[in-house]
Write a protein that binds this ligand. Sequence first.
Ligand SMILES: CC(C)(COP(=O)(O)OP(=O)(O)OC[C@H]1O[C@@H](n2cnc3c(N)ncnc32)[C@H](O)[C@@H]1OP(=O)(O)O)[C@@H](O)C(=O)NCCC(=O)NCCS
Length: 162
Amino acid sequence: MRRELDGGFTLDDDPRRVDVDAVHAFISQESYWGAGRPRELVESAIRGSTRVVGLYRDDEQMGFARAVSDGATVAYLADVYVLGPFRGRGLGLELVREIVDGGPLAHVWWLLHTADAQVLYSKLGFTDAPPVHPTMERARRSSPRGESGGAEPRLRSSLPRP
Ligand SMILES: CC(C)(COP(=O)(O)OP(=O)(O)OC[C@H]1O[C@@H](n2cnc3c(N)ncnc32)[C@H](O)[C@@H]1OP(=O)(O)O)[C@@H](O)C(=O)NCCC(=O)NCCS
């Protein structure tokens, strides 16, 4: 899938096109959920995702989103971003629209965590109504390869409590 957007931007779901260094730089240095995440972990998360969508201009990575799914019932949306100078012009909405509605996962139950972008997701059918059943989480742990558990618990503490 390749979709052209106004302003010379392109959405593309080819995982080979992803600039892992650029995604790692944003996640590890600028995101509130993945500060300090090692490059190897970012790369294996990209490779292991069911679908990735990149936002590009002139082959430069301007944004990213990835989904993890069983392909049938449920998908989790993660690592969504648009670089700072390009925000506020509808690119984030198109990026999320593409990964949620543009591919083979449009019919499944979607989950995500967000600290402040509820408005964006609500435009695509997400709701922040309390879940029917309580959500439980288990923090990521060190992998057998010695990768650190990382900073994901920060997300939990930064989320508004229900
Ligand atoms: C969240 C993010 C991807 C949105 O990208 P964007 O290109 O600025 O979003 P858009 O311009 O398409 O915005 C679409 C709508 O969502 C709203 N919105 C976007 N980001 C928002 C935010 N952080 N808080 C509240 N509303 C937000 C916009 O106001 C707009 O609504 P409107 O048309 O009614 O004004 C971008 O701000 C970002 O990368 N932030 C840092 C990383 C992050 O927080 N990622 C999300 C983790 S779940």
